[in-house]
Design a binder for this molecule. Structure first.
Ligand SMILES: Cc1cc2nc3c(=O)[nH]c(=O)nc-3n(C[C@H](O)[C@H](O)[C@H](O)COP(=O)(O)OP(=O)(O)OC[C@H]3O[C@@H](n4cnc5c(N)ncnc54)[C@H](O)[C@@H]3O)c2cc1C
Length: 237
């Protein structure tokens, strides 16, 4: 992820500020917005795209109280990722596969497993690497298990799914608290309600909280928010 973000920042050299937060948005007359930055700077913007998680967007849109409340009510669940390293050759899986996802009716706690050494060949070499996820809307217990118990669950599931019995030579556990937005029934209507208020003032949304969780969906949303923002600026010149 870092590689992607760094490459984007480099390509925008001179027209991007990094390492500075947005503390507040204020509505200005005429469809523009004042942006207060954490370094004390204040910018008057003809349009703003909020590409932060929905809870952060809720905190920034308190001048649109209904939109802010709707953003705050998008539910989030926690997931835990476990990266496992094995000596090369331990993981015997088909070379053309990059991993698997687990259907909800399977008797497994893991939700997905990436064969990282095949998905991202530069990560391989002298190790086989797996990245396993646990946690979803109906299972918030597994991602909260202590390290040792969590690892036991994961190793048992990996044995069931792909027959690995060897112990990993290295393990890294990353816990992502309330990181995955849930698109519950009514999400689309809620989004329409939020955007109906924000867009009129030149505030647009993009990111995993809204129309797709994965990176490709977020890139699409960024592009269309960019088009919407440009149209807003042209209309209010
Ligand atoms: C554990 C995990 C595993 C994942 N694996 C995959 C995968 O394998 N493939 C895939 O396609 N997707 C994956 N995703 C999803 C992927 O991470 C998201 O699609 C992507 O990160 C969402 O981008 P985003 O811009 O919406 O949000 P984020 O990446 O969360 O970026 C939001 C940014 O907003 C910033 N921010 C917050 N508040 C403010 C503020 N007030 N001022 C300024 N900046 C602020 C944050 O610092 C952050 O940098 C995974 C997600 C998680 C949590």
């Amino acid at each position: 992820m870092r590689v992607l973000v760094d490459a984007l920042a480099t390509s925008l050299n001179g027209s991007i500020t990094t390492g500075v937060g947005v503390d507040a948005l204020d509505r200005l007359p005429g469809g523009s917005v004042q942006v207060a930055l954490s370094n004390g700077e204040v910018i008057a913007a003809s349009a703003v795209i909020l590409a932060c998680p929905a809870p952060a967007a809720a905190g920034l849109t308190t001048q649109w109280p209904e939109a802010s409340a709707d953003l705050a009510s998008i539910p989030l669940v926690s997931v835990t990722l476990v990266a496992l390293a094995y000596p090369a050759g331990t993981v015997q899986v088909s070379a053309e596969l990059s991993g698997f996802v687990v259907p909800r009716n399977a008797e497994l706690k893991i939700t997905a497993c990436s064969y990282s050494m095949q998905k991202w060949p530069h990560l391989g070499g002298d190790v086989d690497l797996l990245r396993v996820s646990v946690g979803h809307g109906r299972d918030q217990e597994t991602p909260a298990l202590p390290d040792e118990a969590l690892l036991a669950v994961i190793l048992a599931d990996l044995e069931t799914a792909i027959g690995i019995t060897a112990a990993p030579s290295d393990v890294r556990i990353s816990r992502w608290d309330r990181a995955f937005p849930q698109y519950v029934v009514g999400h689309t209507e809620r989004l329409g309600h939020i955007e109906g208020q924000l867009n009129l003032d030149g505030v647009f949304l993009a990111g995993m909280g809204y129309r797709g969780i994965g990176i490709p969906a977020c890139i699409d949303q960024g592009r269309s928010a960019g088009v919407d923002a440009i149209l807003h600026v042209l209309e209010h010149r």
